[in-house]
Design a protein around this ligand. Sequence first.
Ligand SMILES: CC(C)(COP(=O)(O)OP(=O)(O)OC[C@H]1O[C@@H](n2cnc3c(N)ncnc32)[C@H](O)[C@@H]1OP(=O)(O)O)[C@@H](O)C(=O)NCCC(=O)NCCS
Length: 151
Amino acid sequence: MAAELRATLSWAHVVWADAERRVLVWNDRGELVCHVGLYLRRAKWADNDVLIGGVGGVITRQDSRKQGHAWTAIGMAVADMRDRAGADFVLLVCEPRNFAFYRGLGWRQFDGELFCEQPGGRVRFAAMTQFVFDLRLALPGGAIDLCGLPW
Ligand SMILES: CC(C)(COP(=O)(O)OP(=O)(O)OC[C@H]1O[C@@H](n2cnc3c(N)ncnc32)[C@H](O)[C@@H]1OP(=O)(O)O)[C@@H](O)C(=O)NCCC(=O)NCCS
């Protein structure tokens, strides 16, 4: 992405965590068409320990969109967090243009606050909006602390 374009993005300054696992989708010509990064973090909600699954870096190749690739990949990511990792819930951050997409997949906007680490220390994350997919827990609100870099 060109530096000038990147500088216009609300999240251009954010330092992100690296994905720990990935869901990759190839088409029948062997071309990589979709990517979803997975994260797992022991973190805090209010004063409680929580195990948060994460989804980030969601992208489908431009010529392969609206064919259900992201739905499939995100569904696999959520199933992995629920069945393998035993996460309490899954969290992602996104821009308003994708709110309807994630709502259609069963995610909901989390109205509480999100804190994370950046190179300068602990900050409130405000560059994008947090969405959650409820698994063991359905947080009513409050403050989530990722205790590390965001995804
Ligand atoms: C958002 C994105 C990942 C969706 O990928 P995709 O593979 O085209 O998604 P799917 O085909 O699985 O979409 C499933 C459904 O969601 C719909 N949809 C896709 N993007 C949508 C959006 N932004 N708002 C509302 N609905 C959306 C599709 O039309 C489709 O609906 P349908 O089944 O009724 O046709 C893709 O548009 C993309 O890569 N965008 C640029 C990067 C980006 O914004 N990533 C998200 C970062 S949080």
